[in-house]
Design a protein around this ligand. Structure first.
Ligand SMILES: *Cc1c(COP(=O)(O)O)cnc(C)c1O
Length: 431
């Protein structure tokens, strides 16, 4: 971006100078229509219900393939109130958090240990289901899907390949599930991807390709690999409705869990949800589902690292994928590997435009600080990316939230090895 363009944005948007200075910012989305009805951009709630049904059909397969991690085959996580964390945050800041604070524990999701179990597994299930129905392995959608684990089915799947570009967790989710079903799978990993994630995938027989470039370039490599090959399925993190749909199903889970706790979301008891954002599919899918379920009574916020505010730049300027964090002089280098994305999904950005209440950015040292206090107060470990939502209750303090329910979306952490956890915790002590 040239100097005069930059100057134009700096003058037009008061928040812009702070974004390019990598300062923590809070932005209210002026295009948000609190009661905007679906469909948005042609997407309606049917994608949510289709995903829920597909997950259901795959439960027998999940239970058989991963009996330890998913004995009932259900891909869901708990919703936990975190009062000790809340008290500690209040002590820390000297400021009270109005309402109740919950953690949505997607770090516990089976097999993948991150929110990517939702989107990633759903995408692989969609592709596998289609192939199996075509090949006659499944006779109908009522058939027993655990058949897909049989040798004859794996043999058919082995003639197909799957490719994906990732900063780590999407690669884990796609790689593990694809390998389990017998697909040949290639994961293109960006520079941010942690070594242990690549190791784990290699152990599962996944082809791991490493790049010295960021996420967008890794995605481009995956896309290129599949272009000329009709037997290759490219998992397109920037454009996939199947990924998005898998994430969106989480909203129905939240509704049920709040009801179980006797909580009815309403005008008097609004729901605030804080979602860490990378390319946008995960938080976007969840927010889309939540808007369907709770309408104007839910307010969704995305959280991004100060060096990687790609969705913020895309929505603020309306340029979506035509602007990157590098364009404004940021380096997209962050310890929050799940969020190290320089260019947002324009598909998701356009869907979010009327639905999203706002975005804030957060520094890496603050993520580590939260990592430590969450561990100390609630005994829960999250990876750095997954703590971006924790600042939400404070950062949105321009609103009356006396009766609010806050949900911080804990997006990952279960698979992180012990020594990496200890490192992060020690960093958190210093920040
Ligand atoms: C992928 C990921 C996100 C963000 O999801 P996007 O679809 O990239 O926006 C957040 N947290 C963690 C831990 C992730 O792995």
């Amino acid at each position: 971006m040239n100097q005069s363009e930059l100057q134009f944005y700096i003058e037009k948007y008061p928040v812009f100078q702070n974004i390019i200075d990598a300062k923590e910012v809070y932005w209210t989305n002026p295009n948000c229509e609190p009661d905007a009805p679906l469909p948005v951009q042609g997407l309606d709630e049917s994608v949510i219900y289709e995903a829920v049904k597909r997950f259901k059909r795959f439960e027998p397969l999940m239970a058989k393939a991963f009996p330890d991690s998913s004995p009932d085959g259900i891909i869901s996580s708990s919703l936990e109130e975190i009062p000790h964390m809340k008290a500690s945050l209040e002590q820390d800041t000297g400021e009270s958090i109005k309402g109740r604070l919950f953690l949505k524990c997607d770090n516990e999701l089976p097999v993948a240990g991150s929110i990517k179990a939702r989107g990633g597994f759903h995408e692989i299930f969609t592709w596998a289901e289609k192939l199996a129905l075509q090949a006659g392995i499944l006779t109908s959608k009522e058939d027993d899907y655990s058949k897909l684990l049989h040798e004859e089915s794996r043999k058919i799947f082995s003639r197909y390949s799957i490719a994906v570009g990732s900063t780590g967790n999407l690669g884990l989710s796609i790689g593990i599930m694809s390998a389990e079903l017998g697909f040949t799978v290639d994961v293109h990993m960006s520079q941010d991807a942690k070594e242990w994630k690549k190791e784990l995938l290699r152990e599962k027989g996944v082809n791991v390709h490493e790049y010295e470039t960021d996420y967008s370039a890794a995605v481009a490599q995956g896309r290129k690999q599949c272009e000329a090959d009709p037997r290759c399925h490219f998992v397109d993190d920037e454009n996939s409705v199947h990924l998005f749909a898998g994430y969106s199903a989480a909203a129905l889970e939240v509704k049920e869990q709040l009801e179980e706790q006797g909580i009815t979301v309403s005008k008097e008891r609004p729901l605030y949800v804080y979602l860490p954002c990378g390319v946008g599919g995960g938080p976007g899918g969840v927010a889309f589902g939540l808007k369907h379920v709770f309408g104007e009574h839910v307010r969704c916020y995305f959280a991004e690292p100060v060096q990687s505010p790609c969705m913020l730049l895309g929505l603020l300027t309306g340029k979506h994928a035509d602007i990157s964090v590098q364009d404004v002089g940021l380096d997209n280098i962050t310890e929050a590997d799940g969020l190290a994305v320089g260019t947002p999904s324009s598909f998701v950005g356009k869907v979010m435009d009327p639905l999203l209440s706002g975005i804030y950015t957060i520094r890496d040292d603050v993520l580590y600080h939260y990592l430590r206090i969450l561990k100390d107060t609630e005994g829960t470990y999250l990876e750095p990316s997954a703590l971006a939502g924790m600042a939400g209750p404070y950062r949105t303090n321009n609103q009356d939230k006396s009766n609010a329910i806050h949900i911080v979306w804990g997006t990952g952490g279960a698979l992180v090895p012990e020594e990496v956890r200890t490192d992060g915790y020690e960093k958190g002590k210093k920040s």
